[in-house]
Design a protein around this ligand. Structure first.
Ligand code: GTP
Ligand code: NA
Ligand code: MG
Length: 290
């Protein structure tokens, strides 16, 4: 929704890449250097989805790679939860299977990529090899005449991290993402789990604004929102578009990758869920008959 009459929302940046290539390390760096982290007095919790106030004053939502199944499920439903993919490739390991997966995700969703070649502090770093491997896998990097920016970084020493931050901000400004803040809210479940205090789901709000007391449905379950809180555990009075929030108040635990839709009242929420359950049962019995 890039309708220029709508208000801006924070861009959503997803960090993707092969296992152990340094996604979380880079995210932690971005978070620590942020004003928001200082305001919250450090990081108490990690849910892999948070809003950062960059040094330039802009708010950016970062997501650690969602589980593969959740990501696939959202994509199959045409959800573009992310505006930018930061593709992390370890300089000593180069392109690996999950790197290729991430390239496929970003390409098929038509999401612009910024490449972060990480671990350049290591002796066996092979930056040129990584660039050649990326090009072979269809990433049109700037070195070979394409428009995909490549930044060399180290999550260990912090080298290049300011450049990476700048690249993210510049691309965000170009994309100029906007959303409707009013009306029935819509979002996606990024993660869900049972905690001591109940069933918790991390929801990324796509449009509209969620508040405590609101009714939402997701898959075959629903919630009257009891608590909205950010990744630092701070309770929020509202979650506008582009915001990832933990939501409590679910009847059953929803699955990651499910779409979240606001319902006007409890009756409509229950009816929608019952209908979905009925349809699922019918599908199941028709499979058994076949
Ligand atoms: P998964 O979430 O398990 O896929 O891993 P990840 O991609 O989030 O990687 P993570 O941040 O957990 O880092 C993996 C390992 O690499 C850790 O031991 C980090 O300390 C190390 N590491 C990350 N970045 C760098 C870097 O720039 N240089 C060096 N030398 N080590 C790094
Ligand atoms: Na790891
Ligand atoms: Mg990680």
């Amino acid at each position: 929704e890039n309708v220029s009459s709508l208000p801006s929302r924070p861009p959503v940046v997803t960090i993707m890449g092969h296992v152990d290539h340094g996604k979380t390390t880079l995210l932690d760096w971005l978070r620590k250097s942020s004003v928001a982290a200082q305001e919250h007095g450090g990081i108490t919790q990690h849910i892999g989805a948070f809003v950062v106030k960059m040094s330039a004053g802009k708010h950016i939502t970062f997501l650690d790679t969602p589980g593969h199944a959740a990501f696939l499920s959202m994509r199959q439903r045409g959800a573009n939860v992310t505006d930018i993919v930061v593709l992390v490739v370890a300089a000593d390991d180069s392109v690996m299977p999950q790197t290729v997966e991430a390239i496929k995700h970003a390409t098929s969703a038509k999401v612009p990529i910024i490449v972060a070649i990480n671990k350049i502090d290591k002796e066996d770093a092979r930056v040129d090899q990584v660039k050649a491997d990326l090009a072979r896998h269809g990433v049109e990097i700037e070195d070979f005449g394409g428009d995909v920016q490549v930044v060399c970084v180290s999550g260990k020493t912090g080298q290049g991290m300011a450049d990476l931050e700048e690249n993210i901000i510049t691309l965000s400004e170009i994309l100029d993402v906007r959303a409707e803040y009013n009306g029935m809210a819509e979002g996606w479940i990024l993660e869900s789990r049972v905690k001591q205090n109940g069933k918790v789901a991390t929801v990324l709000v796509k449009r509209g604004t969620l508040r405590p007391g609101d009714l939402i449905i997701a898959g075959k379950t629903w919630a009257r929102i009891r608590v909205l809180r950010n990744e630092a555990g701070i309770e929020l009075s509202e979650a506008p578009p582009g915001t990832p929030v933990e939501i409590l108040g679910w009847r059953e635990l929803p699955d990651a990758g499910e779409q979240v839709l606001q319902a006007p009242d409890e009756g409509k929420a229950k009816t929608a869920v019952e209908y979905r359950m009925e349809m699922a049962e019918r599908e199941e019995s028709s499979v058994q008959l076949a």
